[in-house]
Each structure stands twice: as structure tokens, then as C-alpha cells.
Design a protein around this ligand. Structure first.
Ligand code: SF4
Length: 87
């Protein structure tokens, strides 16, 4: 194997790796979007707290109005069956 061939092969492999990384970065499946989440109906979401439990104190809440596992606009005062209290 000649040095020139080895250099071009190395350059080609580097391009493949960069292209693959770019594809992953652009893939919609690499980030959590609403299509990966439960609907409000599935989560039995409500716009009001349940006892002392509310989205604002749930570890899955994303301020100001989102949730990691339930789709759509989420109220800090809301609640759903996936509520997860911080330890
Ligand atoms: S209670 Fe449910 S909707 Fe609210 S932040 Fe937690 S998981 Fe999301």
C-alpha cells in the first residue's frame, strides 16, 4: 500500500465519519420532539394541581410551558399521571 493511497483512504474515511455525524445531528429522532411524547389525553393531563402535586414541582417540567414527556403547552399549575417528584 503506497503512502499516497493510504492518505486518500484516511481522508475518505474521515469524510464518511463527518458525514455520518452530520446526518445524526440533523436527524429529527435525535432530539425529543412532540411526536415522541404522550398526548395530554394519554397522560390524563389537567390544567390544575392534584393535591400538592403540580408541573412546577415535577422533574419532567421544562419552564416556562413544556414537558419532557407530554406534548403541547403545559401549565406550571397542571398535573398528569406521569408526575415525578424530585428526590
Ligand atoms: S406533571 Fe405530567 S405534564 Fe406536568 S411536568 Fe410532570 S410529567 Fe409533565
Amino acid at each position: 500500500m503506497t503512502g499516497r493511497f493510504r492518505d486518500s483512504r484516511r481522508r475518505f474515511l474521515r469524510l464518511l465519519i463527518l458525514a455520518g455525524g452530520g446526518t445524526l445531528a440533523l436527524s429529527p429522532r435525535t432530539r425529543a420532539d412532540d411526536s415522541d411524547k404522550m398526548s395530554k389525553t394519554q397522560a390524563e393531563y389537567q390544567d390544575s394541581p392534584k393535591d400538592i402535586q403540580m408541573c412546577a414541582t415535577c422533574t419532567l417540567f421544562v419552564a416556562p410551558h413544556a414537558c419532557k414527556v407530554v406534548e403541547g403547552k403545559i401549565s406550571p399549575d397542571g398535573w398528569c399521571k406521569a408526575y415525578a417528584m424530585a428526590d
